[in-house]
Ligand binder design. Structure first.
Ligand code: ADP
Ligand code: TRP
Length: 331
């Protein structure tokens, strides 16, 4: 049997090129040789998106994004997390094997606590139990499907390691390989795509280049990339420049060499470098954008694709739950 690749994306905002290179494209490449199971992590989004219309919109947008990026729902099991209730049964089961201390160490939770402390606020302010137990739900997503590898960006590696710990605790307790122990797969080159301000591109930092915005807005966004104050005639260094770093994602090696030479020759202003970046990004993203618009124009079709995927997912999930219930004495 082929190995299994699984990943999820939270529908909390517009997809951006960090998601595309860090998670979606590697996942779609893996779908060529692995059995792939990709999903919309909508219950994860609920921790932060509390408006129904907004959540609904984000769910469809992320689903359409996957399809526009090339996911073939006949080859990949493609579904919404909330349509697979076995996830939540597994999550409850995993809770009993998850040390609270493990959750205390999760980066996302720690970052929220630290942000509160920095503001001299109560450390638990705005921290819901969904955020605190996030890694358990994510472990359930992964372990439910006998996952071998999880293609993710760097920020998610710790969560996959926690899923390993939890699976091992269960296997150890019942002295059986009840749950397959997953591995994170991170592409070093694409582990952290920089955002407009040079920090990790992230919805939470508001520094993203969205994948599917109209051309005009794409250009405007790219022009907002923060650069240093070097004048036009100064010689520039492509190393450590985020305009160039982003360019390498979209341009051919020959185009990269030629832009690097222009940096080193002097006489090129930042506006010109950004224009070259815009051209390269737009060339790659415009066909995706067209597919995306077409998919979103047919929400019923999109929902039907997700519903078909959920049926396939539930068949697998039901078998995992059955196996576990028998092992723990709840059959
Ligand atoms: P965000 O940080 O914008 O909220 P998500 O947490 O929804 O993004 O990430 C979805 C997937 O995309 C995850 O696998 C994550 O690791 C990956 N990802 C997000 N931002 C980046 C980035 N800047 N570079 C590489 N991968 C990223
Ligand atoms: N936590 C991931 C993120 O923020 C989304 C996610 C939820 C996920 N469940 C998953 C990723 C399972 C991989 C596997 O991006």
């Amino acid at each position: 049997m082929r190995q299994i690749s699984l990943t999820g994306i939270k529908p909390t905002g517009d997809l951006h090129i960090g998601n595309f290179f860090g998670a979606m494209r590697p996942a779609l490449q893996l779908a060529e040789s692995y059995e792939a199971r990709y999903f919309i992590a909508d219950y994860h989004a609920l921790n932060s998106v509390k408006d129904a219309a907004e959540l609904r919109t984000h769910i469809r947008a992320v689903a359409a994004g996957w399809l526009a990026a090339g996911l073939d729902p006949d080859k990949v099991i493609f579904y919404r997390q909330s349509a697979v209730p076995e996830t939540f049964e597994l999550s409850t089961l995993l809770m009993a094997f998850t040390a609270k201390g493990l959750m205390n160490r999760a980066h996302a939770y720690k970052a929220s606590v630290q942000a509160n402390l920095d503001k001299q606020d109560d450390p638990d302010s705005g921290v819901n139990m969904g955020l605190f137990t996030y890694p358990v739900l994510m472990a359930a997503d992964i372990l439910l499907f006998d996952t071998d590898i999880v293609p993710v960006g760097k920020d998610q590696v710790q969560h996959v390691e926690m899923a390993q710990d939890i699976a091992q605790a269960i296997n150890f307790n019942y002295k059986a390989e009840l749950l397959r122990v997953p591995q994170a797969q991170m592409r070093e080159n694409f582990a952290v795509i920089p955002g407009l301000d040079g920090r990790k591109m992230s919805k939470s930092y508001g520094n993203t280049i969205p994948l599917f915005v109209p051309e005009k807005q794409l250009r405007k966004t790219i022009m907002r990339i923060v650069t240093n104050s070097q004048a036009v005639d100064e010689v520039k260094d492509p190393e450590g420049c985020q305009v160039f770093a982003l360019y390498t994602l979209f341009a051919t090696p020959a185009e990269q060499d030629s832009l690097a030479a222009r940096y080193r020759a002097g006489g090129m202003g930042w506006g010109e470098a950004k224009e070259a970046l815009f051209q390269a990004v737009n060339r790659e993203l415009s066909p995706l954008r067209q597919r995306y618009e077409a998919i979103l124009a047919d929400p019923a079709g999109l929902d039907a694709i997700l519903a078909r995927g959920a049926l396939k997912a539930r068949a697998i999930a039901g078998a995992t739950i059955g196996r576990l219930r028998a092992a723990i004495g709840m059959d």
